[in-house]
Design a protein around this ligand. Structure first.
Ligand code: FAD
Length: 266
């Protein structure tokens, strides 16, 4: 149906928690809605080949309790509490968040930081897209208009993975003005394989190599964490909007990164 209707402005309806409000404001007026709810094959949430596979109809609420044992399940259930409000989390979907690609989406930050693999499906076949190639701008992705985001895969994290997540929003449940997600390991008293992802601050979430370089091989001491937070703040090109100007967002990125790192290293 998407293949047939996409050229006539046909759109997928998943949880409807972004699309329906946009339609209510008349910012989107799709000619056709293709409702994927009820397709059992898209509801799968399972571990396959070392990763957690999340089908297109898996709701945010599926992550309230750890969806998988170990650090990945704990990380996802820590992050999900920051997405909107409970009723919205019962309907909205993980994959819908990736497809919608709001700069402040928590799941987009998770996908970018952990290195998700996205499965896109159309009448032309199936292709895999790495998260680093998926986000292209504000609410813009590598998906073609006739492609369904069928599933996303997140790599399972080794048992000794430490993580930290911090988000700043004006009220609980609001979109983040800035947020930071970090994962790292401590081996022999130093930080190994750090990942630092920033969301809400730029057109789309991404890892910040400058911050990761400031951490790798250093003891988890305040000076290293502060250097990484400063590097993240310096590296970003902040969005400016009604919520925050560039300087304020840059400061928030510094603070969120520092706090997420402190959580991970505690
Ligand atoms: C009051 C409020 C507060 C919110 N706060 C937050 C927040 O803090 N953080 C956050 O991340 N989100 C927030 N949201 C958005 C919510 O998380 C949505 O659930 C999410 O953005 C989109 O998921 P959905 O399943 O509802 O998608 P839908 O609304 O159904 O679709 C959104 C868009 O993605 C497309 N789409 C959806 N699924 C697919 C697919 N499988 N393949 C291809 N295209 C697809 C649709 O065609 C549409 O263009 C909030 C929403 C509301 C109403």
């Amino acid at each position: 149906m998407l293949g047939a209707f996409a050229p006539e402005d046909g759109r997928i309806l998943a949880g409807g928690q972004s699309l329906v409000p946009t339609m209510a404001f008349r910012l989107a007026k799709p000619a056709h809605l293709i409702d994927i709810n009820g397709i059992a094959a898209l509801e799968k949430l399972n571990v396959e080949n070392g990763s957690l596979s999340i089908g297109a109809c898996v709701r945010h609420a599926a992550f309230h309790r750890p969806a998988v044992a170990g650090p990945l399940g704990a990380l996802l259930s820590d992050v999900v509490r920051h997405i909107a409000h409970y009723p919205i989390r019962l309907r909205g979907t993980f994959c819908g968040s990736l497809a919608h690609a709001d700069p402040a989406s928590e799941w987009c930050l998770v996908a970018a930081t952990l290195g998700a693999e996205i499965t896109a499906m159309s009448t032309r076949g199936t292709r895999k897209i790495a998260s680093g190639d998926f986000f292209a701008g504000i609410m813009t992705t590598a998906l073609a208009e006739d492609e369904l985001l069928a599933a996303a895969r997140l790599p399972l994290l080794p048992d000794d993975t430490r993580f930290g997540f911090r988000e700043f929003s004006r009220r609980a449940g609001d979109y983040a003005i800035a947020m930071a997600l970090v994962t790292l390991h401590l081996e022999g008293g130093v930080i190994v394989d750090p990942r630092v992802g920033i969301g809400g601050a730029e057109a789309f979430p991404r890892r910040i190599p400058e911050a990761e370089a400031a951490l790798a091989g250093r003891p988890p001491e305040p000076a290293a964490l502060q250097a990484a937070a400063d590097a993240a703040a310096d590296a970003i090109e902040p969005l400016e909007d009604i919520q925050a100007d560039a300087a304020y967002r840059r400061d928030l990125v510094r603070a969120m990164t520092q706090r997420a790192l402190a959580q991970a290293c505690a």
